[in-house]
Write a protein that binds this ligand. Sequence first.
Ligand code: FES
Length: 433
Amino acid sequence: MPKAPLLAPPGPPTLTFRWDGAPVAACPGDTVASALIAAGELATSRSAKYRRLRGPACLHGGCGTCLVRVDGRPNQRACLTPVREDMVVEPQNTYGGLDPTALVDQIFRRGIDHHHLVVYPRLANQMMQGVARELAGFGELPDAPPEGAAGLFDHVPEVLVIGAGRSGRALAAALAAAGRPPLVVERRAAAALPAAERPARLLAGVGVFACYPQERLWAAASEHPPVLHRLRPRHVVLAVGAHEPTIPLANNDLPGVVSARGLADMLEQTGRRLAARVVVVGEGPRAELLAAGLGAERVAPARVHKLLGARRVKGVQLDDGKILRCDLVALAPDPAPAFELAAQAGAPIRFTGAGFAPVCDPDGRIAAGPAAHPLEAADAQTAPPPPWTLWAVGELAGATTPAEIQASVDRCAAALLRALAESPAPEDSHARA
Ligand code: FES
């Protein structure tokens, strides 16, 4: 049965793709997640651990709950995948919303000893193993191996900016205005960035997954065949922003429970408007601002008894028994800096109260710290100094408001330009390895 649309399009939809065999209308600029949410389709996969239905939650590539199979390739993040005409998108492990593990629980009430289960005859054992793998796995393997070998590209930029959110774009613009345009790596597609603010030198659709001084930086593009990027910059600016942690509430993992900030950003990127009833859960000025921007009712987490629904969220039950019916619940917790790459690079880390952040000076320069891994600590005394200077900007550097973010960008850009002026570098190079 068609579901009620939750997001209104910015104009007449001009694209069509297939979701679970049925056509879904989409607009240019949509991701698979925004088009599915717009169509009221909230469940995209099932948790491999808890077996509960999952749907897009953070809406910016950070949580991995939106995994879908796209054109035969499993485990693609719906929130980062731009919609293309005629693409075939399938849910993973959802079994039409049914939970086969509930049946397993009924049959094996005292638990399963899988070492001795259906060992003989061999055919039955093979079937049992197949079912177990199906239930425990992450989707199905690709229909076909990639054509051609994976590509490897080497980049030696003077300055690398990781992240093209607000702070990354502003920093890239400030450096470009001074004649030193950095290379910017962004995991979203270029179309997800405002056209007027797109950095001139942009690697879009590319995620940095390793930041080790001894090995340089590694990034991957989810292309077909896959492409690896090895990056050896002199300055690395982390403009990776912050995560939206979840808020501990009963049923906070139901499809339709999303990040308020992710939802606001998605609406801004796609031009879509809310056509759904939304309740924001959060407190403080930031949550109030997000609720006002979404035009949604807001409740403090302490007032929430539980979220209601089975296959998707249906409402919020408050402690006094009152029920707020809704189609989406948008969580607005205090954000936690995305400190992971800084930690990989060996930066000293501090607790902020909401999460962890690298220790940096007012300009954003991150102090050289101990080795990232305890096993490397013994080598730390003799190891050569890091081949780059590491910087943090925006939310990772402790900024929270737009004014603080801009001030952080201005200070970092000025300090970086001073450092670049002191030691001119050879031309940037980019080549296929
Ligand atoms: S990774 Fe896609 S919604 Fe979080």
